[in-house]
Design a protein around this ligand. Structure first.
Ligand code: B4P
Length: 182
């Protein structure tokens, strides 16, 4: 059974929601770069100050900042992990692969959560985070298409990708994911 996963998918697809549930079930480390960046912002660290304005515009935080956060966490010994929201572009994917090779912990499965733009936008607007207004959501969707979606073919080529239908309620999506990873 796999223990090292990535969740890929557009903003608001439910990556964070599902990652929390699956990690609780399987006892995995949940590593969300979005949550870790928001913690840096709310603690007012130097890194958080640099990240905040970028996040509020819907752009990607720099690869160096994100990798430094991930490296700190993954270098500790864990039974398994689920990376949620990372990598977000091909450079991050390459940096991650180099790091995982060093740690001798290759990715075992990438789950792509797929959902239409209308549903995503509605979900994010009702979540109401600081970066969840219509203009920023549009920008985040464009950034996803330009920078993150090339990862779909990257992981397809590595024969690691499975797609999950992200529509329906939280329980439906969870059951589809459990079926895909069992
Ligand atoms: P993230 O924190 O990764 O957030 P997200 O993609 O918007 O949301 P996610 O897909 O996790 O959706 P969620 O479960 O919350 O990114 C935020 C920002 O951080 C980025 O824009 C970027 O600036 C920065 N960042 C993060 N990682 C980075 C990286 N690697 N490199 C550079 N920058 C990075 O679900 C959304 C809402 O829908 C929730 O309210 C949830 O309750 C609801 N929901 C979920 N599933 C549902 C369902 N089935 N039915 C109904 N509602 C549902």
């Amino acid at each position: 059974m796999e223990n090292r996963f990535l969740f890929l998918g557009p903003p608001g697809a439910g990556k964070g929601t599902q990652a929390s549930l699956i990690c609780k079930d399987k006892g995995l480390l949940h590593l969300s770069t979005g949550d870790l960046l928001r913690e840096e912002v709310s603690s007012g660290t130097e890194l958080g100050k640099q990240a905040e304005s970028i996040m509020n515009k819907g752009e990607l935080v720099s690869d160096e900042i994100v990798l430094s956060i991930v490296e700190k966490k993954l270098s500790k010994n864990f039974q398994g992990w689920l990376l949620d929201g990372f990598p977000r572009n091909l450079t991050q994917a390459q940096l991650l692969e180099d790091l995982l090779q060093k740690l001798d912990q290759p990715i075992e499965l990438v789950l792509l959560i797929e959902i239409d733009d209308e549903t995503l936008t509605q979900r994010m607007l009702s979540r109401g985070r600081k970066d969840d207004n219509e203009q920023v959501i549009r920008r985040r969707l464009n950034v996803y298409r330009e920078k993150t979606s090339p990862l779909i073919n990257h992981y397809k080529d590595l024969a690691l990708l499975k797609s999950i239908d992200g529509s329906g309620d939280i329980e439906d999506v969870k059951n589809r994911i459990k079926e895909a990873i069992k």
